[in-house]
Write a protein that binds this ligand. Structure first.
Ligand code: UGA
Length: 442
């Protein structure tokens, strides 16, 4: 039996992964239904209003909506889909383990819908889940709810996602690799054909469920390890007068065995993925009786970075009670308004505990930051206002706007102290006391 050409695609869960995939596939002329349980969110998206800031997404969504993209909270629309991507969140519980309630709910509904469908759909699990989840949790739900048999009546493939926020559209269009985990079957063959047509020169790895699931954790935990490694080194460098962490990263990065990316020292990794995935892998390893010594060290190194910034600030200013401190950047990285697990948010919380007066600037993330701190801190749209009367400025996120800071920009600071966590101003001659993560002070 052949399964026919893939034309109708369903995407369940419209976070930045689901939205990017829906928009890109619709812009490539597939019939796409993007489903989310949040009615208001669906109606906003239909009107081209995004729930998040992601470069190029708005434009790609607009093209998709003009073509064949339907956005709805009505799950039954997936009944005619040849393939269904599951892109719902798997947030973390307080013990670090992943919360499966959303993926269980989504797969229950999918199962009930494919029960009535004549299609032999393929379900791609893109949500990040620990090894064993597809086999032991998702498959039984789908078979029970559909009354059908996997690999005979429908396919299930673990298909982890590697796209980065702020580059979501680029990464969806040009992934570096595609992982397909599952049993060898007609569904796997069809999936391979679909992806090789979409991405002709991209390596496709076919493996089993648990390996595919583990690849995602391996990828993110290696990235986190690189960041914690360079951050640990940067702390050492800070105590060797004249040492520059960026020169070190640049040179070791030229060794192809190391590679130059993800060696930017800073306040630690944040965001909705790296911290959560490290925690989940640590939790999983402990559960199966493996002591994750390295992963724990990566996590602890990451946690220390913000405490190091607070210590440095206290060294510079003494008691920080009532002192006006400027934070430049609250987004967890530039070109996003996402502040989930942002190191900047963690820093502000610590400074507030020390009764400092905080004023923040961020080109995109002010509204999200307000949701956390309300009236407890001050917000400004202008960098000049943020610096006015300040006793210390901390550059947390490398927005390109901060590259232009100079002596003129800091002239109205009360005390000219700069802590540059991203070494944005390292090459400038500044009439200020300048401290940077990873630069040893002479
Ligand atoms: C990360 C991975 O990079 C993606 O491949 C993965 O698909 C995604 O998680 C996910 O699991 O969904 P993302 O969360 O968008 O992507 O963020 P990254 O670009 O990886 O940055 C994470 C954090 O590390 C940021 O706070 C960033 O400032 C920090 N970072 C990154 C550094 O401090 N130094 C670096 O050299 C690189």
């Amino acid at each position: 039996m052949t399964l026919g050409e893939i034309m109708n695609i369903g995407v369940i869960g419209l976070g930045f992964v689901g939205l990017s995939i829906s928009s890109v596939l619709a812009s490539k002329n597939y019939n796409v239904v993007g489903i989310d349980i949040d009615k208001q969110k669906c109606s906003d998206i239909r009107n081209g209003v995004l729930p998040l800031f992601e470069p190029d997404l708005e434009n790609t969504l607009r093209i998709g909506l003009k073509k064949k993209l339907t956005i709805s909270n009505n799950f039954s629309l997936i009944k005619n889909c040849d393939i269904i991507f599951v892109t719902v969140g798997t947030p973390q519980k307080s013990n670090g383990a992943i919360e499966l309630s959303m993926i269980k709910k989504a797969t229950t509904t999918i199962g009930q819908i494919i029960r009535k469908s004549k299609k032999n759909s393929i379900i791609f699990i893109k949500s990040t889940v620990v090894p064993g989840t597809t086999q032991n949790v998702i498959l039984p739900i789908l078979e029970k709810e559909s009354g059908k048999k996997v690999n005979r009546d429908f396919g299930v493939i673990s298909n982890p996602e590697f796209l980065q926020e702020s580059n979501a559209i680029r990464d969806t269009k040009y992934p570096h690799a595609i992982v397909l985990g599952g049993k060898q079957s007609k569904y796997m063959k069809k999936a391979k054909m679909f992806f090789s047509k979409m991405h002709p020169n991209v390596p496709i790895v076919i493996t089993n469920f648990q390996t595919a699931e583990m690849i995602k954790y391996a990828n993110n935990s290696f990235l986190a390890t690189k960041i914690s490694f360079i951050n640990q080194l940067s702390n050492i460098c800070q105590n060797i007068p004249g040492t520059n962490i960026d020169d070190i990263a640049k040179i070791i990065g030229l060794d192809p065995r190391i590679g130059k990316l993800f060696l930017n020292a800073g306040p630690g990794y944040g965001g909705s993925c790296l911290p959560k995935d490290i925690n989940a892998l640590i939790n999983f390893a402990n559960k199966i009786g493996v002591n994750p010594i390295l992963l724990n060290a990566v996590k602890n190194t990451n946690r220390e970075q913000v405490s190091n910034i607070v210590s440095l600030m206290k060294k510079i200013l003494g008691d920080i009670t009532s002192k006006r401190i400027t934070i430049l950047g609250t987004a967890f990285k530039p070109n996003t308004d996402d502040i989930r697990d942002s190191k900047s948010i963690e820093l502000i919380k610590k400074l507030l505990k020390n009764k400092a007066k905080i004023i923040i600037h961020d080109p995109k993330a002010i509204e999200n930051t307000k949701k956390i701190f309300g009236e407890k801190i001050l917000y400004t749209k202008s960098i000049a206002d943020a610096l006015n009367k300040s006793q210390c400025v901390i550059i947390m996120t490398h927005w390109k706007q901060y590259d232009t800071l100079n002596n003129n920009s800091i002239k109205h600071m009360n005390k000219k102290n700069i802590i540059d966590c991203r070494r944005v101003l390292v090459k400038k001659e500044l009439d200020a006391k300048y401290y940077a993560i990873g630069i040893g002070k002479n």
